[in-house]
Design a protein around this ligand. Sequence first.
Ligand code: GP9
Ligand code: MN
Length: 611
Amino acid sequence: MNAKTKHAAIFLAISLLWLKTYIVYKVSFTLPIDHFLQEILLFLNPLSFLVLYFCLANLAPPAKRRRIILWLSFIYSFILYANVVYYRFFTDFLTIPVLFQTKNVGDIGNSVYELIYLTDIFFFVDLFLLAYLLKQTRWKSDHRLKPVDRRKLFLYGVAILSVHLILAEINRPQLLTRTFDREILVKSLGTFNYHLYDIMLQSKSSMQKALASNMDAEEILKNIKKDTVNNPELYGIAKGENLIMVSLESTQNFVLNYEINGEEVTPFLNELAKSSYYFNNFYHQTGQGKTSDSEFLIDNSLYPLPRGAVFQTHPLNEYNAMPEILKSNGYYSAVFHGNNKSFWNRDVIYKTMGYDKFYSEEYYNVTEENSINYGLKDIPFFEQSMPYLKKLPQPFYARFITLTNHHPYLINEKEQWIEPYPVEDGTVSRYFTTVRYADEALRQFFEELKSSGLYENSVVVVYGDHYGISERHQEAMADVLSKATLTAYNQVELQQVPLFIHVPGKKGKQLDTVGGQIDLKPTLLHLLGIESKDDVHFGTDLFSKEHHELTVLRNGSFVTEDYIYTNETCYVKPFGAPVEEEKCKPYIEQAKEELDQSDRIIYGDLLRFLK
Ligand code: GP9
Ligand code: MN
């Protein structure tokens, strides 16, 4: 008997399930394919799991092998079907946290009968066929196997899995560490490899959580510095008013007042800088979770995690987020975003953080014409959001996440309102055109806010979520900034994102206070007259006389009033000359400790001990 015949029964089961999975991908899920490699990945991805999975059948005694193959096929089919049913309701895939998320089970409970169709029997017909075929001599599976045969199948599995992972990595570098949208993970890894990956993430974090105790919580929490409200001019100035926040995708501070051929790149933001509090020394503090990390910082005033996106890894922790705090002060809260709701696991964590409503892609009319790149363009996004916004119960906290100014910075010719920057590096060159588009979208949104009357009774905050141009574009960026080269000091400065806070009745003012996204929560709560001193947070009120001018970036670099510390070098502001480390010394430990404390809070889910 050669290897092929020895494993014939297993190969048959694998082929049927492989084919079934691919059909299910095409028929029951919506998995858009952007290019040919993705199609190949989608087709191949069930195989690497299936081969290794069916190695289990070879561990069984020969007489039981047939039954085990059938059971394995049934379990596989059942999990696949469970995903299909879940997908019908949530347009999302199952994850371990979701299985334990009683809220979701509650949601789905009532309609579970409506989600199961009679025709679903077709999901299982191949099992009957398999049972029948395995009885035929050709597919008999009760022969003895030598260990070397078992090993062979296992090695096939490992080889296929390796090729698969390499292709997945080529298709999307840093797939696992950047832990993107589930849709992308399932498309690249396959449903079952994805489930295994999910189990791994889950067990790792539950271990850290299981080992945490009330004592850890007390020890860490007592060491966190207390924020003091010393903000007599502005504390409570916007009591009871709405809070509107706009996250500007990939918008860095250097685009402000920048001109190309005498044309402003951000005419509206430049105006806004005059009519609101404009912070020109404000930093993003995001890590691999990009936009989602900025959201996490803003709503929790905790640091995001050193690897992965906290939105994905710890969505069910106990938090004390802005929407929850605002809710106990009579606020309604909503997020608006024209992308798929499961991106960055938003649909799950928003519930945890206490949002009342998430207006995701399904609430918008998204067409070929009004979308580009990741989805709905910013102008129609704001336009279509207005009717929803006007109907929200007041006071509300409404957060808008823009999208068009996202890498690779694409915009249709007729909406390209500024020349691309004249440099060979296409990313940097195009970046200015999408920033210009987003600026116009924001202008129109502000017009709408004014004509709806909401502008009069809302604090409006606009901020950049994270960098748009990475360090890889050094050369082009040196050109943009008219410098010969960019130093590590310049790279930290480039992490500045704009921040505008418009308070009704208050005149514009530029503030050069050093701050970061972590400071927004206490700052805004104080404007609304809500005390935050008993709540655990790492930021401090940007308007307070006691604001702590130490802004720690997620990679450990930090900025103070006088220094920037990065790559283990201390630089003095404003020109960035390196100075002796002694100058930065007092802050080095402090910065490390802050990040460490915040990580321990999240990994250990320590805030649960405070409830
Ligand atoms: C996706 C959008 C972009 O919904 O927020 O995410 P990013 O890649 O910038 O983190
Ligand atoms: Mn972003």
